[in-house]
Ligand binder design. Sequence first.
Ligand SMILES: [Mn+2]
Length: 339
Amino acid sequence: MSVFDLDIINAFTDTLGNAKNIVVIGHKNIDGDSLGASLAVSKFFKRKNIQTKVIVPNQVPLFFNWVDDFNDILIYEKSPWTAVDYITDADVIFMIDFSDFSRIDDLADSVEVSKALKIVIDHHREPKEIADFMFVDTNSSSAAELVYDFLKIIDNSNINKDVAEYIYMGIASDTGNFMYDSVTSKTFATVSELLSHDINKSKIVSGLFNNFPISRLKFIGYLLHKKLTFVEKYQTAYITISLKEKEQYGYKSGDLENLVNMPLSLAEVKFSILFTENDDGVHLSLRSKGNFDVSNIARVFFNGGGHKNAAGGRTSVLISQIPDFLDKNIDEIFRVGNK
Ligand SMILES: [Mn+2]
């Protein structure tokens, strides 16, 4: 069943149709799904002669510089007052691929006080009530797939090649190019419709997956060679990354986006953890194969959450102490994941 109830959508189609300014917000450390889906929403309403602006909390990784509207995205961190002006003037605010104000940092302050109609379209677990209308389907492959369903209901005939390409970008990005378990028959039905718009999918796929600098490949090479630990008994692999190592290898935001998935390519590994030291502490990325629930682990041990096979969190354990910490706790952690 779709999360998009027609009666509910009818309750705000007038507001949407009469809107003069629409703001679309993506999450912090934006990924291909939040970016593609946000730009799709923006393009769609621009085609209806409504002013739109995509705003994100912090810098969009440079490896997205192939994206058409890359330079039109407003970065709150760089231009906070401009962003606040846009939000103040907005009739409608879309929030795409998140449902927790903590995902947009200080940007949340102006969104919270705004009188605009607020709409969330997301697929993350345990959504918080941060909008007038919350369209959340935790089984969806991506926010982009949901955005497509939504735009189709609003006006199918307004979905053109540009909009379709942004949707495709979001789905391809969040599914590891259609590899993950989250892909359903509906995902492929959606993609089939997108392809009918004659989209340039090779441009999108090379942009997403073959567009990195050599420093990133060498850093990943170092991490896989020197920092990957495999705990055979628990079918677990983990990598720790210190601030110093990031500096040494010229790390840029987003460089390690896919690293946590790489240990899952091992037959023996079903649980992979990436520990990254940042200025504000140690962040974790958790991934799994099959029926092993990393979102439970994130919630119970690491102050986080997410999906069954992909989650995130943080810890106060020092990066140098992580191996010791895992030695002591992996048994319990593994048990929670297997529940
Ligand atoms: Mn997503």
